[in-house]
Design a protein around this ligand. Structure first.
Ligand code: ZN
Length: 248
């Protein structure tokens, strides 16, 4: 099996060289800060819940999962430990759910339990948007301003990378979000809205694996740069789930 190790080293070197050539030395260095970090990736929806409905038979849950799986692979290649809240077209509600709203509630709780059990240090929830006006477009990162301050920094870095790497968004980060999983996870986190399925041109892009790859790569670089920038000891990893009275 020694050739597997050689292949792994060769792949890591190849990725490092590619990053250096295409993203500059800062990102190539930042990627090393991902080693050993525990990152939760939450592909929104799944199972009976398709999320936003796309015009070409590709719905939000499918796009969220495709981008999340690519993101997970990139993070793992950089040495991070990834916890995915789903890996297929399913939810985590189990068999006791009684109707769609109960199913959604149980699903969300189970996802938070997975994230907490893994001691994830950061949560990336992946969604796609829908709006009444078909002209709205572009990926956008949301954070909850009432939660960890580092979430805003992560959102800002990720938004810059989405603009740079997709070339399809001029949106700004937003704090206007109510997200149970982010709120309950007790660690920094963001929701990435990949784009608008209500925009016909963007819906076509979102369904393309090449564009999904670019989105995943933009999210990945945002996380890498955030880890490289946030001084160790000030992020949630040092105390991911406060248990004591001094951390109410
Ligand atoms: Zn969604």
């Amino acid at each position: 099996m020694r050739w597997l190790g050689v292949c792994g080293i060769a792949l890591t070197l190849a990725v490092g060289l590619w990053l250096h050539a295409h993203a500059g030395p800062n990102l190539a260095a930042a990627v090393y800060s991902l080693r050993g970090r525990v990152v939760a990736v939450d592909p929104g929806h799944g199972g009976i819940d398709p999320g936003a409905i796309g015009p070409y038979g590709v719905n939000e849950d499918t796009i969220n999962l495709a981008v999340s799986l690519e993101l997970a692979t990139m993070l793992e290649h950089a040495g991070a430990i990834v916890v995915l809240t789903r890996t297929g077209d399913n939810d985590q509600a189990g068999t006791t759910a009684d109707g769609p709203s109960s199913r959604r509630r149980l699903d969300q709780r189970a996802r938070v339990a997975l994230i907490r059990a893994a001691d994830a240090e950061v949560v990336i929830s992946v969604h796609a948007n829908h709006f009444s006006s078909p002209s709205e477009h572009g990926a956008q990162v949301f954070y909850d301003s009432r939660r960890q301050a580092q979430s805003k920094e992560l959102a800002a870095l990720m938004q810059i990378q989405l603009a740079r790497i997709t070339g399809e968004t001029r949106r700004k980060i937003s704090e206007h979000i109510e997200h149970y999983i982010l709120a309950q996870s007790d660690v920094p986190g963001v929701t990435v809205e990949l784009g608008f399925l209500s925009n016909p041109r963007e819906a076509r892009l979102l369904a393309q694996s090449s564009y999904q790859h670019r989105l995943a790569y933009a999210i990945y670089t945002g996380i890498a740069l955030w880890y490289a920038r946030v001084p160790s000891g000030t992020t949630a990893p040092s105390s991911p789930h406060p248990q004591t009275a001094s951390n109410p």
